[in-house]
Write a protein that binds this ligand. Structure first.
Ligand SMILES: O=C(O)CCC(=O)C(=O)O
Length: 262
């Protein structure tokens, strides 16, 4: 996959807002290829009754079907997740010497009886002492407000870690109501985009996705990166529990490969 150029202005936008939208990062053929392999994983989960996510309760699966670290199981997904095109963008945005993979996740928001992904931050679920981790949310379908595109509150990462939200049982947006006035006044920004375009967001940036009120599933492939110097904090997590690291130790090892370096 060829490099995707990132300008200094884009890095500054990310630093100011804690997210950025990038168009046509994958070519149509690359999207089709990736979508095909994600579909295969979804099919395997259904036919083989695999459990690849953190939760299977109804409240959570109405938000989305979440398949975590499928790169370990599917060589094509490994190829995608390890490709320096996406990793290099994450490295540039964080001005880091290198970035490691934290984990991947396919997120499928099914139509009908679909629930919103409540406003939340990611970092509060991660076993990390630092806050620089960031996600690449790659649209595998054209995404709109109606099928559950991402929304961000600009600059909200500057608030630091807030309360963690139970995504399966969240019934309101109380996390927003509790924000300082200056942030409550900020307009959330929706991120509609074509398949093959993506957003990157800092793990502390408040984000949301509405319910899918269309007739088709909304598929996204997320790759999460950690900048150099990210250290392990003891905190229960599907992937982190396999890290075999001591609190305070810098992430390393085959579960967290370096994806791009200076
Ligand atoms: O895809 C969604 O519905 C939400 C995604 C999300 O919360 C994330 O990628 O951090």
């Amino acid at each position: 996959m060829a490099q995707y150029p990132i300008t200094e202005e884009q890095v500054r936008f990310y630093e100011e807002n804690g997210y950025i939208q990038l168009h046509q990062v994958l070519l149509p053929a690359e999207v089709e290829w990736l979508r095909g392999h994600v579909d295969r994983a979804i099919e395997d989960v259904k036919t083989q009754k695999l459990n690849l996510g953190p939760r299977t309760d109804e409240g959570y699966t109405k938000v989305f079907l979440q398949l975590v670290n499928i790169w370990e199981r599917y060589p094509a997904i490994e190829e995608y997740v390890h490709n320096a095109k996406i990793g290099e963008i994450a490295r540039r945005l964080t001005r880091s010497k290198f970035v490691r993979l934290w984990h991947d996740q396919a997120l499928i928001k099914y139509p009908r009886d679909s629930k919103a992904t409540a406003w939340h931050q990611d970092t509060v679920y991660w076993p990390m002492n630092e806050g620089g981790g960031l996600s690449c949310w790659m649209a595998l379908d054209d995404v709109t407000v109606d099928n559950g595109c991402m929304w961000f509150i600009p600059g909200s990462y500057k608030l630091g870690a807030l309360e963690s939200v139970d995504l399966g049982n969240a019934t309101d947006d109380s996390i927003l109501a509790a924000l300082p006035e200056a942030y409550r006044a900020r307009k959330p920004v929706p991120m509609p985009m074509k398949a093959g375009s993506c957003t990157f967001h800092n793990g502390l940036t408040l984000h949301y996705a509405g319910p899918n009120i269309t007739e088709k599933p909304r598929r996204a492939m997320v790759t999460i990166f950690m900048p150099a110097g990210t250290t392990y904090k003891k905190h229960p997590h599907l992937v982190g529990d396999r890290a075999n690291l001591s609190p305070g130790e810098e992430f390393h090892g085959p579960l967290f490969p370096v994806i791009a370096r200076e």
